[in-house]
Design a protein around this ligand. Structure first.
Ligand SMILES: Nc1ncnc2c1ncn2[C@@H]1O[C@H](COP(=O)(O)OP(=O)(O)O)[C@@H](O)[C@H]1O
Ligand SMILES: [Mg+2]
Length: 236
């Protein structure tokens, strides 16, 4: 993946088994978000090929849920939580809700324990509450693949545990595949079944125990990137 003469990703090749929980780790600027944007079909690789659920990226939006990295500006939407969830059903801002869509959105909020937030203004939610609403938005169409870009950012530790158990539950009920960017190697170790270590190129992929070894991480994080996860945090 090149942007002008800058190469953001090079030689990244892996295949993810269906139903896997993949953690994508790597320092800031490693190209993690770019990889997810490639899977969504938002950017097209300069060379190479990508298959998502057996097809071209961007061709099955109904089968893919996306939880974007939450930035402060997301909160300035003059919307209530239910409306934000509905944009996951319609892929556009709701003008008129078709029959059943409102119930579908409420059910999604309920399944992430956020039914009580339905009529609250998005701007007044805490980080953890907002993340739940985004998760409801991502699962409202029961997708087969969910892509999450640093979903734990802005959530307290307790909320983070809730988030991972919600994801686990969705995965075991639906058989969906999850791809999650995280800065926390322990989270990758304990929750993921497949880990990809990235820093512009691929530094490892496969089983967490194999991939999250000290050598592999040191090479990936010592490679010009800027990690805000200290190496000393790795428990081996
Ligand atoms: N649309 C774009 N145009 C130019 N450069 C980009 C674009 N998107 C990402 N980049 C660059 O690609 C690199 C990787 O970015 P990103 O995927 O956001 O990294 P990460 O999510 O791992 O922090 C960064 O140097 C970023 O500036
Ligand atoms: Mg990113």
């Amino acid at each position: 993946m090149r942007f002008g003469d800058f190469t953001a990703l090079e030689g990244v090749s892996f295949s993810l088994p269906e139903g896997a929980f993949m953690a994508l780790v790597g320092p800031n600027g490693a190209g993690k978000s770019t990889l997810i944007r490639t899977l969504l079909g938002l950017v097209t690789p300069s060379s190479g090929s990508v298959k998502v659920l057996g097809g071209k990226p961007g061709t099955q939006p109904e089968n893919i849920g996306y939880v974007p990295q939450i930035k402060t500006f997301d909160r300035s939407f003059p919307a209530m939580a239910l409306e934000l969830v509905l944009t996951g059903v319609r892929r556009s801002w709701p003008g008129f809700w078709r029959a059943g869509q409102r119930e579908q959105a409420l059910a999604a909020l309920e399944s992430v324990g956020a039914a009580h937030l339905a009529h609250q203004a998005v701007g007044r939610l805490s980080g953890g509450q907002l993340q739940r609403v985004y998760l409801a938005r991502a699962i409202v169409r029961r997708p087969r693949l969910i892509l999450l870009d640093e979903p734990a950012t802005g959530i307290d530790t307790l909320g983070e545990k809730d988030l991972y158990s919600l994801l686990e539950r969705y995965r075991s009920e639906s058989g969906a595949t999850l791809v999650m960017i995280t800065h926390d190697w322990d989270v990758a170790r304990y929750h993921a079944s497949f880990v990809v270590v990235l820093n512009r190129s691929l530094f490892g992929c496969g089983h967490p125990e194999t991939v999250l070894c000290e050598d592999c991480l040191a090479r990936a994080y010592g490679h010009g990137g800027h990690s805000h996860t200290a190496l000393s945090r790795v428990k081996l």
